[in-house]
Design a protein around this ligand. Structure first.
Ligand SMILES: Cc1cc2nc3c(=O)[nH]c(=O)nc-3n(C[C@H](O)[C@H](O)[C@H](O)COP(=O)(O)O)c2cc1C
Length: 354
């Protein structure tokens, strides 16, 4: 039976299909519960939320599903001075983005109280609210945290983008490992090497990770239909994590503008960029990505760059300006056509049965 693996057994789910978490406000409770109630594992990317918001999120989800679900955080919560940018760097980062602020009729933003939240504060809430699954990227939580998760019955899912990272997660005793090839939409969540030096495709990454680890491997990156799933299982994966195809569904919190782009011809053309967050991530090539890349040495480190572009994005969505906002997207977007999560789950499962 294709749907009976160590991953389904460990997570207590019917199908080895994980809806990838989306950080930065693109996850939704409806998408998570739809996938979890269907028998997969729904996830919510919560790295941009305050500890109080995470607590509320978990309580609401608990009222809407009795099935397992995952809350996802970013272990390395900032780069360099990204959480407390000196004024000079604030002005320098703004200077690169100033033309877009002006084009959208926005004033220079005031220096904020904070650019983002710390992992240390967020993880306290995760432990207190104990979601069934805690998934994470950009590193490995401390042994104390992993021990505490075990004690509280929280299954842990770490993320590797190289075989070395898969081994590091396995050695740390993480329960399950997502291995993400560079086809994937969103960030290259490197933690051992620079992201630019961690660009391995799914076809190479999965079998190497399977061979090197005791923990089961969940394949991610470029999987958008049952052909991709079958390939992942043939390589030894015991589940798949799908991002872009779920992001395009009505239930996700991506803007209509973003979803239209995912179904457009332009989704064939993606690139890795630091323009939108200060960290390397894959999205559809657009004007702001192209124009700002030559000035990337002036970008603010994560999360400050994200804070700047987040304000531009809000106005860009209101003014229907898809040239001035991140359009995260993986390399297999051209394969997607399902417009809601139930249809996508049904189609994936049907494809696996024949
Ligand atoms: C918009 C977007 C945001 C994402 N945010 C996160 C995140 O916060 N945490 C995480 O573990 N993965 C994140 N991912 C990765 C996905 O969960 C998933 O692993 C990846 O999209 C799989 O590749 P695919 O897009 O080719 O299906 C994100 C992906 C996208 C497209």
């Amino acid at each position: 039976m294709w749907n009976k693996t160590r991953v389904t057994e460990q997570l207590g789910i019917k199908y080895p299909i994980i809806q990838g978490p989306f950080g930065g406000g693109l996850s939704s409770i409806t998408l998570l519960t739809t996938v979890s109630n269907f028998g997969g594992l729904g996830s919510f990317g919560a790295h941009h939320l305050s500890p109080a918001e995470i607590q509320t999120l978990v309580s609401i989800i608990n009222t809407q599903t009795r099935k397992p679900f995952a809350i996802n955080l970013w272990v390395k919560d900032h780069d360099g001075e990204g959480l407390s940018l000196p004024e000079k760097s604030f002005d320098q980062a703004y200077e690169v983005l100033e033309p877009y602020f002006k084009e959208l009729g926005l004033k220079k933003p005031a220096y904020p109280e904070q650019f983002g939240y710390t992992f240390d504060a967020q993880i306290e809430t995760i432990l207190e609210s104990s979601p069934p699954v805690f998934s994470f990227v950009y590193g490995i939580p401390s042994p104390d945290i992993l021990r505490e998760c075990k004690k509280r019955g929280i299954t842990t899912i770490g993320t590797a983008i190289t075989p070395d990272e898969a081994v590091a997660l396995d050695d740390a005793g993480v329960d399950l490992i997502v291995a993400t090839g560079f086809e994937a939409g969103g960030h290259r969540v490197a933690f051992l090497q620079e992201a630019e030096n961690s660009l391995i495709g799914t076809l190479s990454l999965i079998p190497q990770s399977v061979d090197l680890t005791r923990a089961p491997i969940i394949a991610a990156g470029g999987i958008a239909d049952s052909r991709g799933m079958k390939a992942a299982f043939a390589l030894g994966a015991e589940a798949v994590q799908i991002g872009t195809a779920f992001l395009a569904c009505a239930e996700s919190n991506a803007s209509d503008l973003h979803k239209q782009k995912l179904f457009s011809d332009e989704a064939k053309y993606t690139a890795l960029t630091r323009a939108y967050t200060g960290r390397l991530a894959r999205g559809i090539v657009n004007r702001m990505m192209i124009e700002t890349t030559p000035y990337q040495n002036k970008f603010a480190p994560y999360p400050a760059q994200s804070w700047f572009t987040g304000q531009i994005k809000q106005a860009a969505i209101e003014q229907k300006r898809d040239d001035l906002m991140s359009l995260w997207c993986g390399q297999s977007a051209s394969l997607i056509h399902c417009k809601n999560a139930d249809d996508l789950m049904n189609e994936l499962i049907k494809g696996m049965q024949c």
